[in-house]
Design a protein around this ligand. Structure first.
Ligand SMILES: NC(=O)c1ccc[n+]([C@@H]2O[C@H](COP(=O)([O-])OP(=O)(O)OC[C@H]3O[C@@H](n4cnc5c(N)ncnc54)[C@H](OP(=O)(O)O)[C@@H]3O)[C@@H](O)[C@H]2O)c1
Length: 325
């Protein structure tokens, strides 16, 4: 695949974990014309601001890594903001990209927008086949709308206007730029912080909710950035050979999962915590397994590079360098 490094690329959400990884990878590849705007500089829920920005800048490609994201607490507490802001950001960018003849968009979905009860590993065709997880339903509806916006613009204007708007469905991500908030972070950053603090304070044990048995999949964010650039630039025949006009997203995962117990042990080892790990089985476990089927993307030639333990070590190094005071 040959890349045109002179293309003008807009990365929406470049200060977030995924957006910043995409900017780093584009820079590493040698792209010379990457444009970004902070949230303060460009409010993506504002239609007039997005219209003006895209009409002025007219990038060749847009990576859509801007979204309101959060854990169960945030989704439950701010459902109106989760559905409204995500719908607005997507509708504004996709519509005004079309209005300005911007041919390529990569939209980021999420594995958590697949139905709650679905055959594992989850394949692309599972989307919209069942009820969603209630805690993040508003977010999932908005994200599904983003994928459907891309598909609908392709179906109506793809041939006449040459637009090609694609979507990827990342599994759980972790790595530099992650959110380490004590109450509102995903499992890997939460464990990194807890084991680090337990080590520093010489705590004899760390208690983890649930049995430790559920299996989950984790992808290092730099690999996600590479996958995003890969899918954005894939030849149309190849992308079309693995997708349908109304089922256009591609899963991005590692194809392997680990138990929460194995994850906790790995994080403890890397952090250097030698106390006991105690599983509180009175607390809920959640679904026994969540794993993506990424065979379509694999068949197109993309595979993750970062080994799980190496990724955790890199994430811990980033935590020590950029998060600790
Ligand atoms: N993290 C994961 O494990 C994961 C897994 C699967 C899919 N994804 C997807 O990947 C994408 C990026 O996730 P992330 O983890 O990188 O999120 P993140 O770290 O929270 O970054 C999101 C970025 O979007 C910006 N943003 C949000 N609303 C905006 C608005 N209205 N106008 C302008 N900028 C806005 C945020 O800026 P402010 O912070 O200033 O608001 C932030 O820089 C999302 O679509 C998410 O669904 C993430």
């Amino acid at each position: 695949m040959s890349l045109d490094l002179s293309q003008k690329i807009y990365v929406a959400g470049h200060r977030g974990m995924v957006g910043s990884a995409i900017v780093r990878e584009l820079t590493r590849k040698g792209y010379e014309n990457i444009i970004t705007r902070t949230h303060a500089e460009l409010e993506l829920t504002s239609q007039s601001s997005v219209a003006k920005f895209l009409a002025t800048e007219k990038p060749d490609q847009i990576y859509m890594a801007a979204a309101r994201v959060g854990g169960i607490y945030a989704n439950n507490t701010y459902p109106a903001q989760f559905i409204y802001e995500n719908l607005m950001v997507e509708a504004n960018i996709i519509h005004h990209a079309f209005e300005n003849s911007i041919k390529k968009i990569l939209f980021l979905g999420s594995s958590c927008i697949y139905p709650k009860l679905v055959l594992q590993p989850m394949a692309e065709e599972a989307l919209l086949t069942g009820k969603l997880e209630l805690t993040n339903e508003p977010y999932a509806i908005a994200k599904i709308a983003g994928i459907k916006l891309c598909e609908s613009y392709n179906r109506q204007y793809g041939r006449s206007h040459g637009i090609d708007y694609r979507s990827v469905m990342p599994t759980n991500l972790y790595g530099p730029g992650d959110n380490y908030h004590p109450e509102n972070s995903h499992v890997i950053p939460a464990l990194i912080r807890r084991f680090h603090e337990a080590k520093v304070n010489s705590n004899p044990e760390v208690i983890i909710w649930g049995s430790g048995g559920p299996r989950r999949e984790f992808l290092y964010v730099e690999d996600m950035a590479k996958a995003s650039i890969f899918v954005m630039n894939l030849e149309s025949e190849k992308y079309n050979s693995c997708t349908e006009p109304m089922q256009s997203h591609l899963n991005v995962g590692v194809g392997e999962d680990v138990t929460i117990g194995e994850l906790a042990k790995t994080v403890a080892d890397i952090v250097g915590y030698s106390g006991r790990i105690v599983f509180d089985k009175s607390k809920p476990d959640g679904p026994p397994r969540k794993l993506m089927n990424s065979s379509r993307l694999n068949s197109l030639g993309w595979h993750p590079k970062t080994k799980f333990k190496d990724g955790i070590a890199l994430a811990y190094a980033d935590f020590k360098k950029n998060v600790l005071p």
